[in-house]
Write a protein that binds this ligand. Structure first.
Ligand code: PBG
Length: 308
């Protein structure tokens, strides 16, 4: 009765990794319990999640072939685009969000285009916008740009509107830190940078006020929801964001945060269920309205057990 924070499955978003093919379920070593799925299997997973009370998925389409200009990111009929359509056909009520980034599609693994040996912010915007439009054509509800290039929210908004997709929203990865906690994801998506690192475009973990500036900028450019990522080590940033903006604040409990809990639980060092629920409750307490977590399906099951 006096509890201040509530966690429920309708605040959760389940990430899914999509590869081409049919009937494919490839377990991901670095993310126990998660798999790369073909579009038909992704639609089944989305149906299961929706049935358990999880209203949204975040899709990561993977490349069939990588090149310098990330062609598979915006190719019609690429695995991610197919999965968007398959999920909307199987569970029309489900909110389908797609990650928009180039890093899983470029042969160098960076989130943008390389010009003279460096990631070029402005040259990247065109391809990022093209990717967002191709997801909209496949039927996505929200695009989630995760590249952290400056000006991408405005560019994507304009591109979507120009193509008649005024109803497709933008969930921007507004404050995305250059974090060591993305390790398992990069194995899952095969998106580790081939040279250098992402500190040129992602944020310094030591900075908090800068995050508020990035968030304010994305809201001004037209972001409908903003995200802080990672979640657990950045609760102060989530709290400040939820005070500062009037759009929904989303927090991403990333692959490394999930992996730490899984690994400790496997060794019997932590009780997985209580530890996972505690981390998610803390993220909500800090001020996140919604949480992206690899635990979404499992947590929805636990929450149903608790309430019955
Ligand atoms: C792509 C992207 C990354 C994650 C989400 N989108 C990786 C990165 O920036 O290297 C990480 C998610 C996770 O660790 O769960 N830019």
């Amino acid at each position: 009765m006096v509890r201040e924070t509530h966690l429920s499955s309708d605040q959760l978003i389940l990430p899914l990794f999509v590869v081409s093919g049919q009937g494919v379920t490839q377990p991901i070593d670095a993310l126990p319990g998660q798999s790369r799925l073909s579009p038909d299997r992704a639609a089944e997973a989305a149906e299961r999640a929706y049935g358990a009370g999880v209203p949204a998925v975040l899709l990561f389409g993977l490349a069939d072939e990588k090149d310098e200009i990330a062609s598979d990111a915006y190719r019609e009929g690429a695995p991610g685009q197919q999965a968007i359509a398959a999920i909307k056909a199987a569970v029309p009520e489900m909110v389908v969000i797609s990650d928009v980034c180039l890093c899983a599609f470029t042969d160098h693994g960076h989130c943008g285009v390389i010009v003279d040996g460096d990631v070029d912010n402005d040259a990247s915007l065109e391809l990022i916008t093209r990717t967002a439009v191709s997801h909209a054509e496949a039927g996505v509800d929200l695009v989630a740009p995760s590249d952290m290039m400056d000006g991408r929210v405005a560019a994507i908004r304009e591109g979507l509107d120009d193509h008649g997709f005024t109803g497709v929203g933008i969930l921007s990865y507004a404050a995305k830190y250059a974090s060591a906690f993305y390790g398992p994801f990069r194995e899952a998506a095969g998106s580790a940078p081939g040279f250098g690192d992402r500190r040129g475009y992602q944020m310094d973990p030591a900075n908090s006020r800068e995050a508020q500036r990035e968030i304010a900028q994305d809201v001004a450019e037209g972001a409908d929801l903003i995200m802080v990522k990672p979640a657990g080590p950045y609760l102060d940033v989530i709290a400040a964001a939820s005070e500062a903006v009037d759009v929904p604040v989303v927090a991403y409990q990333v692959s490394g945060e999930y992996g730490m809990l899984k690994a400790a639980a496997e060794r019997g060092w932590l009780d997985e269920r209580s530890a996972a629920l505690e981390t998610l409750t803390a993220i909500r307490r800090a001020g996140a309205d919604l949480i992206i977590t690899y635990y979404a399906q499992q947590v929805a099951g636990w929450l149903t057990e608790e309430s019955s």
